[in-house]
Design a protein around this ligand. Structure first.
Ligand SMILES: Nc1nc2c(ncn2[C@@H]2O[C@H](COP(=O)(O)OP(=O)(O)OP(=O)(O)O)[C@@H](O)[C@H]2O)c(=O)[nH]1
Ligand SMILES: [Mg+2]
Length: 389
């Protein structure tokens, strides 16, 4: 189960699990009181040191559960944030994680405080020092939040500058998106010869990496690999990882990488599609990349209903040429057909042209050569001296 994967990604070992289906949440402890006792028993027998709830807990619920069960309690959000904290390598990554943790902590803290105040008789007589301490904590966190946001804004501007320089040069861009552990980094490595970390763990990648890719024809393009998605992605993370997500938002084409071998494939696709809707990426050009064909049951391929699509294996390299072809086609669609005339003494320039784009056809004309090629607006601008109207 996914929660187990998350726990092991955080370095934990799962010794037991319990499921409860509830018609109604218990406001004090989320789960029923009988379940609390049952878990307490399990914890004592297995000597577990941590209980993780696959659901968001309020500050009050977390505290009550901790008291009732007698060990540390984390909710799903906190667990994911903990993994992110473990993985964050760069300055930006660490800032984003810290921001997410602060945003997660603030309401929880207030909630827990409120809970303890009301328990002590409506707060009468406890209000003074209690509220001051709460106010201090809140202010401390708020100050830190705005400081981190300011720093992140700097990183974001820097990134935006890089992107706009790419746009100025009209370099077509692709972004790998998809469920965590679907193979995005492995595909980036295959496509570009990059050496980004690909690992069998959730959220191996946190920071975006952009690399040049050479497609079979047409101009060079760039591919960006970013953080993966997951069911119930904490909203604080989405908020904190804005800069990272923008990188994908500005790509010309999205490559949605799907783990074809996962028994949860359809649910994972739904999660990603839901997030794409949230980020308003629905109108983007999209290629579905069904990865891990090497280990997926064959009939899976016939159940897939998504187009345009390609089946690949980042492990064996199968289907990658097909993917590159589809990427080249997508780039082609961004280009227009152009006719250029090179007089005899400048025909040597045709070689330069062939390095920048595919020459579809060449015709000899009087005193020179006519070339038919496909070009992005920027390329057209660079070769405007040879344009035939
Ligand atoms: N069998 C098989 N395994 C693959 C394939 N592609 C990737 N993997 C494995 O799947 C695991 C996850 O690959 P990554 O490339 O790290 O996945 P990711 O989507 O970048 O994951 P996150 O960065 O964690 O979101 C690794 O253990 C890879 O070796 C494939 O085509 N076939
Ligand atoms: Mg990755």
């Amino acid at each position: 189960m996914e929660l187990e994967e998350l726990v092991s990604a955080a370095g934990g070992e799962v010794v037991g699990s319990v499921i409860q289906t509830l018609a109604q949440w218990n406001p004090a402890t989320l789960i029923g009181s009988g379940k609390v006792d049952e878990i307490k028993q399990m914890v004592q027998e297995s000597q577990a040191t941590l209980v993780v709830m696959d659901h968001q807990l309020s500050g009050v619920q977390a505290r009550n559960l901790e008291t009732g069960i007698g060990c540390k309690i984390l909710d799903r959000n906190q667990l994911i944030l903990d993994i992110f904290a473990l993985r964050a390598q760069t300055y930006e990554g660490k800032l984003q994680v810290e921001l997410a943790q602060m945003l997660d902590q603030l309401p929880r803290m207030i909630d827990a405080w409120m809970g303890s105040l009301s328990r002590l008789g409506g707060g009468i007589g406890t209000r003074g020092p209690g509220e001051t301490a709460l106010e201090n904590d809140r202010r401390r966190i708020r100050d830190r939040v705005s400081l981190i946001k300011k720093k992140l804004e700097g990183v974001r501007k820097n990134r935006a500058q890089h992107r706009s320089s790419r746009r100025r040069h009209e370099i077509p861009s692709f972004a790998l998106i998809g469920y965590t552990n679907s193979g995005k980094s492995s595909i980036l490595n295959r496509l570009t010869g990059a050496q980004t970390l690909a690992k069998n763990q959730v959220f191996a990648t946190l920071d975006p990496t952009t690399r040049k890719v050479f497609l079979p024809e047409g101009p060079p393009a760039v591919v960006t690999d970013t953080v993966g998605f997951i069911r119930k992605l904490p909203t604080q993370l989405i908020e904190a990882f804005k800069a990272t997500l923008e990188e994908s938002a500005e790509a010309d084409v999205l490559l949605h990488v799907v783990d074809l071998s996962s028994p949860n494939m359809n649910r994972q696709i739904e999660v990603v599609e839901q997030l794409m809707k949230e980020f308003q990426w629905e109108d983007k050009k999209l290629i579905h990349v069904f990865n891990k064909v090497d280990v997926a049951p064959l009939e899976r391929q016939f159940q897939v209903r998504h187009y345009p699509r390609v089946f690949v294996s980042a492990l064996t390299g199968q289907g990658l040429d097909q993917l590159k072809k589809m990427m080249a086609e997508a780039v082609n669609e961004m280009q227009t057909d152009i006719e250029l005339y090179f007089p005899k003494q400048q025909e040597y320039k045709i070689y330069d042209l062939s390095r920048e784009t595919k020459i579809v056809r060449k015709e000899s004309a009087t005193e020179g050569t006519i070339c038919y090629a496909q070009m992005t607006p920027a390329l057209i601008n660079r070769w405007k001296d040879y344009l035939v109207k």
